[in-house]
Design a protein around this ligand. Sequence first.
Ligand code: SAH
Length: 397
Amino acid sequence: MRRHPWIFESAIAKGGGDSGETVRVESHEGQFLAWAAYSPSSRIRARVWSFDEAQRIDAPFFIAACARSIIARARFDVQSDGVRLVHGESDGLPGLIVDRYGDTLVAQFTSAGTERWKDVIADALLRETGLTKLYERSDASVRTLEGLQPATGWLRGGPMGAGGDSEGPPLELAIHEHQWRLTLNIAEGHKTGFYLDQRDSRKRFADYAQRLGFKHVLNCFCYTGGFSVAALAGMRAAGASAEGHVTSIDSSGPALERARAHVALNGFDLNRASFLDADVNASLRQFLKEGQRFDAIVLDPPKFAPTAAHAERAARAYKDINRLALQLLTPGGVLFTFSCSGGISADLFHKIVASAGADAGVDGFILERLGGAPDHPMTLEFPEGEYLKGLVVMRKS
Ligand code: SAH
């Protein structure tokens, strides 16, 4: 049997359990297969904790799993004090995401199993990190598929006593990523507050900006401007910051405000940056009409295809923006293009960008393939872990 951690509803002949209950999974012949957490309402009806029959699924099991996951990070190359400590299935803990921002942990419990073991997991995380503050951001939409209500707030280290004068620890935090200072709000930001998975691609973008001396950069779906700061850092290192300009687009006002603050916080001239609160697709069309051109473009859209079922419509949306971006690039210009859709494979994404190029009448060199930062690992047994894929394409002529 392949040691894959998901058991779909359609693969189950009989049996069941309560939400999050540990169940023994057996083959048709009654042979032990796995211990799993049952989820009565999800299509993924059970998620595997262990393939070892002798393993007990108890508090020590979760303490050990959290410890393994945290220890592994010490061997990964992470240039930040914002780190993903637990990445769900890849770390043997399906439905658990834990990010550390400095001395604060932020966790997402998105499966019935992790919900059931929440207190044990929370204590294990604090124990293994030696930290005291843990905030919960279990407001991801996937929770509803598991029949769970959203839950947010301090799980550990929050304000003491009811109606006390303590406001609780800060929700507004700052991290050092590479040489940059970036801020986030763990209660209001996307996901747990920040897109840690793009850390190394932002650094790559800074490297290209420096080496190629970017002058006109367009950062689409910029969120809080990580790629914009990276571009400005690269330009400054190349001695080109006095001439360069970075345009950042997002449809979220608060994200753009923070992007602007990040430019200033990192010592860059705000005259070299502009921020557009707009729809990316419409803006790209407008730029084309105006005859604008850019020597570097980032396309980092939200998940257009959460699952394979959405792949077709998503493919059209990806192709559209990639076609427009390729048309807007100057010859020799560079496109950093991404998909974070689980439903779009790396292979399919490559094909989509290729057909966007064909439609645009633009050929390009694929300089690099990019993926998530190493603290968002893929494993041999769980190919779905490859949700984030990127291509660096240089326009030929
Ligand atoms: N590159 C960012 C992360 C991007 S997340 C980083 O490095 O941090 C995707 C962003 O796309 C979100 O900030 C979201 O607000 C924005 N967004 C979603 N749909 C959009 C649209 N149609 N036009 C512009 N921005 C959009």
